[in-house]
Ligand binder design. Structure first.
Ligand SMILES: C[S@@+](CC[C@H](N)C(=O)[O-])C[C@H]1O[C@@H](n2cnc3c(N)ncnc32)[C@H](O)[C@@H]1O
Length: 274
């Protein structure tokens, strides 16, 4: 009910609701000293539009998994697709060497500006770009992401990451981003992408308040009207698209977003492509 009302608001409306709800908490933080990570200011709670839970803790969990599951090394050049407010970038500032290049892009201009002001100012090897693309959850307009070419050269990175981004884009954009990420990754490199993946177990064990009941264009959406809200993909479809894009090895680490039986790693499913 609350989720539907929230999705119903335009992106700017949602931004203001968040700021108002967390205002007392944020004023208290401003008065007592803004939280930082190694000299980088963290966003206030009312500014965070990129997911629930603790901003820093979440980034630190993924940092560990980038290294353990994805084989991320300190000397790697890294691409962050849909970099948001730098939740993944910030914890990597004390892991990647100053000689390694970190690039992020996102469709929300104020998020990119915050990353530039807070992260690039302290770590100039971390750079962020705005790309004006359309997503009905995050932007009021823009160009078609299914036709977008990442603004980087071929084989420019060792590691690509996208956390909680493929969970907000439609099938045509997923296909394009799998192809584009493959293009910009060097031979021997890898990608760490999170998804909601449907197989027999996850589909049968969806939670009442977190389920994908609306099939559209081969994907399964959480909201009847808002495509960008949350979207899940069938495993076989995803596997075929990743292979077609040139990713030869695909490892699926299952998430606990559904009540599926067996071992799980994090909340969303994680795919390691190489
Ligand atoms: C849930 S947030 C996650 C942000 C960040 N990856 C993180 O984990 O904190 C989803 C992000 O995807 C971005 N996004 C949505 N559609 C996109 C697209 N087509 N290309 C790049 N970024 C996109 C949004 O602007 C938003 O910042």
């Amino acid at each position: 009910m609350f989720r539907r009302a929230y999705y119903w608001l335009p992106p700017t409306g949602r931004r203001w609701v968040r700021r108002l709800v967390f205002l007392p908490f944020d004023l208290w933080h401003l008065a007592t000293g803004r939280p930082q990570y190694h000299g980088i200011d963290l966003p206030l709670r009312g500014e965070v539009f990129t997911g629930g839970g603790d901003f820093l803790e979440n980034g630190l969990i993924h940092k560990k998994l980038f290294i353990q599951l994805g084989g991320l090394l300190p000397e790697h050049d890294v691409l962050d697709i849909g970099s948001g407010l730098g939740r993944m970038a910030i914890p990597l500032t004390d892991y990647l060497l100053p000689s390694s290049q970190f690039r992020g892009f996102d469709i929300v201009p104020h998020a990119v500006k915050q990353c530039q002001d807070r992260i690039s100012r302290v770590c100039p090897n971390f750079q962020f770009s705005h790309v004006p693309l359309r997503n009905d959850l995050y932007t009021d307009g823009g160009e078609n992401a299914a036709l977008f070419s990442f603004p980087y050269g071929d084989a420019q990175f060792d590691f690509a990451l996208a956390t909680s981004v493929f969970t907000h884009i439609g099938p045509d954009v997923v296909i394009r981003y799998l192809q584009e990420s493959r293009r910009v990754i060097r031979k021997g490199g890898s990608a760490y992408f999170t998804f909601f993946i449907l197989d027999e177990d996850s589909a049968a064990n969806q939670r009442r308040d977190f389920s994908f009941k609306h099939p559209r264009h081969g994907a399964f959406y959480m909201d009847a009207d808002v495509d960008g809200a949350n979207v899940a993909y069938p495993w076989q479809w995803l596997q075929a698209q990743a292979n077609d894009a040139g990713w030869s090895e695909i490892n699926w680490h299952k998430g606990n977003w559904s009540d599926r039986p067996g071992e799980t790693v994090d909340y969303q499913d994680i795919l390691i492509l190489s």
